[in-house]
Structures are given as structure tokens and as C-alpha cells.
Ligand binder design. Structure first.
Ligand SMILES: NC(=O)c1ccc[n+]([C@@H]2O[C@H](COP(=O)([O-])OP(=O)(O)OC[C@H]3O[C@@H](n4cnc5c(N)ncnc54)[C@H](OP(=O)(O)O)[C@@H]3O)[C@@H](O)[C@H]2O)c1
Length: 325
């Protein structure tokens, strides 16, 4: 059996990741309520119950309240820390006064952001730190200094990126002491550019594809763990109302339902299994906070193994809304 790139690098983690963006009551200044913490704890317990041991954060989620909510859970249950893998991100800053929202890979920001995340989470180290979105002003040597300092202080074990191209990764990697271990990208049955980029080489249709050329192949060659954000396509193929969705989405949702019924599993397991069948061994970062929906993802890895090529292409072609070139 093939082994996840992150596991090959020595980080023991589950195949599925729980994304914690919805923890903490939303992107506002309201205080965290008991209900917010309870809802998050139920989501964490649902995740643990199906073997999920990795949790994805970012310093900005719910304006810091997502990490803080997770921190409150860990405070009550400190034994959890060593049983789970905690990933967070930095590099995005909110607008302040006349200064717009922006990206920031300066050494100062990276160091400060990690300290603030550790404080909110109430922990000593992050297992993984990702740079959230490419900063045009990034200087690899400066990022390397920040990463080196964080590693030496025992504050971060592994480093990675998110929403980055082959060019960005190679540019940063030249200066970094450790190999980048993760690239987190939007991928799902409703976000197909990562596949269309491969099938449309040398074709006019490829001009409209928004994905870094060769990125899937590059990450596989370099053992970079690809993580998919938005993997449930916000529920489009697993039960969300579809009145405003185009024909191909409605047709694909029906196909997912039929497959799930024939295989005696859930639509969520089919949607995620489809992503996980790809040889890159993608790690879906599921973003639901609903405990029942989390549990509905349980069979995903098994469904990936059971899914035939024909079933996989049937879903891909249906979701594309057009035949293979
Ligand atoms: N790196 C990045 O730039 C980036 C960007 C965005 C997100 N992320 C990460 O990726 C994670 C997942 O992202 P995501 O939340 O966009 O992905 P997702 O897992 O595709 O979607 C989850 C969202 O869809 C809703 N949903 C799922 N099934 C549904 C259904 N059957 N009916 C109605 N609503 C349904 C969920 O609501 P309920 O909670 O009510 O189930 C939740 O709001 C985030 O938590 C975060 O950790 C990373």
C-alpha cells in the first residue's frame, strides 16, 4: 500500500483532516460563546471517532477565534495534544484603517503570527506551519531565517505552503533548510482545474484552466503532501439544495447519490473517495462542523480503493459537463 508523503517524512497522521475554519462563531468581533465551544468539541469528537487525527487551522480563521476555541478544548482535555496533529497557517493580514488586506511573508510577521497561534491554541509547538497565500514581496532568505528560528526553538516541526504554484515552491525551496512538506489547494468535483490542466495540454480549452502547470506531478515527484481544501464542494454533491446550480452539478449529485446507494455508503464518502483515488494521495481537509456530516465521511478511504476507473471518469466527465478531449 502507498504511504502518504507526510507519513513518509515521519509525521503520523490520518488521511482525512478536519478543517477548523468554522470554529469560534464566525468572522466577527463577537465573543466566543459556550455554544461555540460545545459545537467545536462535538466536531472534534466526531472526527476522532472516525480516526481523524489531523486538524487544520489558520491564524485568521474567525479572526483568531477558531484557534482560541480549539485552545479551550485542549485546556479541558490536555491529553489530546499528543494524540493529534495540529497545522496552522500565517501570511495573510487583515486590512487596518487605510491599509488594505494583504499578504506578508516578512520574518517579523511569520514569527509573531506563530507565537500568537501558539498562545491562542495554548500549546508549545505546531506540527505543521503553512504559508497561506503567495506574497509577491516574499524573499526566500527571509522566510528561511524565520523557519530556521522556529524550528530551532521547537515551535514548528514541518513547513509547507498553500495555494502555491510549482514556481513559488521552487523559488522558496532554494533557500529553505527543510523540504516543504505540504501544498494545500482548492480541489473537488466542483473545482476541477487540477485535473483539467493535465488533460488539456496543447489545447485551446487549456487556456481557461486556472492551475499551475505540472503542479500535481511536481508535488508527487518531490513527496509534497497535497491537501485539498473545499473537498466536499460545500455539500453540492452530498445533499445541499441545488435550485441555483447548473445542470452538470445536479446530474453529478444524482450520480453520487446512486453510487452511494449501490455501494451502501454515504454521498460524502463517494465525493471524498473520488478525490482520494488520485495517485497523489490527496488529504481532504473537510470543513463541516456538523458532527453527523463528519461521521458520514468515515468510509472515504475505503471507497477510494473500491472506486473503479470507469466510476471515477464517469464522475469527472459529468462534473466537467463535457467529454474528455
Ligand atoms: N488554504 C486555504 O486557502 C483555505 C481556504 C478555505 C478553506 N481552507 C480549509 O479547508 C477547510 C474546508 O474548506 P470548506 O469549508 O470550504 O470545505 P468543504 O468541506 O467543501 O465545505 C464545508 C462547508 O460546506 C457545508 N456543507 C457540507 N455539506 C453540506 C450539506 N450537505 N448541506 C449543506 N451544507 C453543507 C458545511 O456546513 P456545515 O458546517 O453546516 O456542515 C461547511 O460550511 C476549512 O475548514 C479550512 O480548514 C483552506
Amino acid at each position: 500500500m502507498k504511504v502518504l508523503p507526510l507519513v513518509q517524512r515521519g509525521l503520523q497522521t490520518s488521511r482525512l483532516v478536519l478543517g477548523c475554519m468554522s470554529f469560534g462563531g464566525g468572522w466577527n468581533d463577537n465573543p466566543i460563546t459556550k455554544q461555540n465551544v460545545l459545537e467545536a468539541e462535538q466536531a472534534v469528537d466526531a472526527a476522532l471517532s472516525i480516526g481523524i487525527s489531523m486538524f487544520d487551522h489558520a491564524n485568521i480563521y474567525a479572526r483568531g477565534k477558531a484557534e482560541e476555541t480549539f485552545g479551550r478544548i485542549l485546556k479541558e482535555r490536555p491529553e489530546l495534544r499528543e494524540q493529534i496533529v495540529i497545522q496552522s497557517k500565517c501570511g495573510i493580514r487583515f486590512g487596518e484603517g487605510s491599509v488594505p488586506g494583504r499578504f506578508d511573508f516578512s520574518k517579523e510577521h511569520i514569527l509573531e503570527a506563530v507565537d500568537a497561534s501558539l498562545r491562542r491554541l495554548g500549546i508549545d509547538y505546531l506540527d505543521v506551519l503553512l504559508l497561506h497565500r503567495p506574497d509577491p514581496l516574499m524573499e526566500p532568505d527571509e522566510v528561511a531565517e524565520a523557519f530556521g528560528q522556529l524550528k530551532a526553538a521547537g515551535k514548528v516541526r514541518y513547513f509547507g505552503v498553500s495555494n502555491m504554484s510549482v514556481g513559488h515552491i521552487r523559488f522558496l525551496q532554494r533557500a529553505l533548510p527543510d523540504q516543504l512538506a505540504v501544498n494545500q489547494l482548492e480541489m473537488s468535483l466542483s473545482r476541477l482545474d487540477w485535473l483539467d490542466q493535465t488533460v488539456h495540454v496543447n489545447q485551446e480549452a487549456g487556456v481557461k484552466v486556472h492551475f499551475s502547470e505540472g503542479l500535481m506531478e511536481y508535488c508527487q515527484m518531490e513527496r509534497i503532501q497535497i491537501q485539498a481544501w473545499g473537498p466536499l464542494a460545500q455539500g453540492r454533491f452530498s445533499g445541499r439544495a441545488l435550485d441555483k446550480e447548473p445542470e452538470n452539478v445536479r446530474k453529478t449529485a444524482e450520480l453520487v447519490k446512486q453510487l452511494a446507494s449501490a455501494k451502501e455508503t454515504t454521498p460524502e464518502a463517494i465525493v471524498l473517495g473520488w478525490l482520494m483515488k488520485h495517485p497523489a494521495l490527496i488529504q481532504p481537509v473537510i470543513g463541516t462542523i456538523n458532527a453527523a456530516r463528519i461521521v458520514a465521511c468515515k468510509d472515504a478511504e475505503q471507497q477510494a480503493q473500491l472506486m473503479t476507473r470507469e466510476e471515477w471518469y464517469t464522475l469527472y466527465v459529468s462534473a466537467r459537463g463535457q467529454n474528455m478531449p
